[in-house]
Design a protein around this ligand. Sequence first.
Ligand code: NDP
Length: 448
Amino acid sequence: MEIKNAYLLDLLKRTEQRNAGEPEFIQAVTEVFATLEPVIEKRQDLVDAGVLERIVEPERQIIFRVPWVDDKGVSHVNRGFRVQFNSAIGPYKGGIRLHPSVNLNIIKFLGFEQTFKNSLTTLPMGGGKGGSDFDPKGKSDNEIMNFCQSFVNELYRHIGADLDVPAGDIGTGAREIGYMFGQYKRLRNEWVGVFTGKGLNYGGSLARKQATGYGLCYFTNEMLQANGTSFHGKTVLVSGSGNVAIYACEKATSYGAKVVAMSDSNGYIYDKNGIDLDAVKQIKEVERKRIKEYLNYHKDAEYHEGCKGIWTIPCDIALPCATQNEIDGESAKILVKNGCKVVSEGANMPSTPEAIDTYLSNGLLYGPAKAANAGGVATSGLEMTQNSMRLSWTFEEVDEKLHGIMKSIFKACDEASTEYGMKGNYMAGANIAGFLKVAEAMKAQGNV
Ligand code: NDP
């Protein structure tokens, strides 16, 4: 990924200086800039309106103390974040990540990506992201509740149904959203759809749980069909074993593919007979245990320590669904050598720039995260709509809308890549289509 345009190079340099020590944020900005060159050359009006300078600077960044007390009475302090990146096309919208690796840099990279992703969904949602360096692993329900309540004791002043609507992400599932929503409702004394990913009996949407994984496979299926192939009979690797990974595995299997491996942050399992997803759901969704427990269900499967090894298993299609930069240049080369033809991203920014260069130079079909995993936030948008209408749609209605949105996202990426002379480069297509909608809105609203 090389940038030649002098204006973009200069702006990238200024962005690096202003955000020193934030490598993932700079990585995300660089990837977008690298594909915007033909747009910038055509659209001097957007340069003159300062759209690019503004789009890399979050509208607001909130950092706060989150004190909480564990079950032994010991007090702890974590750091909370909410970055409200861009509200040009709608209220800020984006998940809350709870993981020890969370810092401002990680939240900014995610918020920046979210702005373009939300634009692609066709729904009116701006970009935001939040989180904390709190580690939910090994904590009791009571400790999780104490943390979530303390987190919302500050966050509640900055969010609202028409202002900023958080959702789940790594470490934040239905349990955490429930505690956060409950605390918000208590503090504000109002019932509004201020979080998405809520439980089904208090305003949640059917199919939200499945949406990111299913949406990833809907997008991938469109990409495969447009290139004369399909999931049927293909061998698939899915990294992670959380929300996105589980439902990607389910939908890929229903399309006739065989998923042979999944992972967590400790290691990966390989089951040449195809992953038994009921066992994975029992281990991860019910018992909250480690993926190696899979061997208790299938003694002939293999477990290997370390998560990178999953990419050494021969496959046709790789669906990274764990975390950022999980496929580096070396893993990408091994995937290619072993015959992998497709990489489509469930996680946010799971491929390093070197990995992406390897996919593109070897002619792989590459579904970039901000398009391929947009089904989650799109369905969150549908949850907001249902809350505003005081209605609940059936699973089939939501799933059908999600499917339609993923088809239109693929179409937008395909058309933009063709229009700007990079046909088949869906990363360029996603960045350009996502950018243009936000950029036009920012220009129309003046220099704010
Ligand atoms: P979960 O917390 O449900 O699952 C995350 C999975 O990834 C777990 O298996 C976890 O293993 C693994 N993982 C997390 N961090 C690391 C790491 N540093 N190294 C290796 N493995 C890791 O999260 P989600 O499934 O919700 O999110 C997965 C990805 O998808 C993230 O990038 C997220 O931003 C993205 N995403 C999620 C959406 C959603 O709707 N949930 C929407 C769009 C994108 P372990 O249990 O050991 O930590």
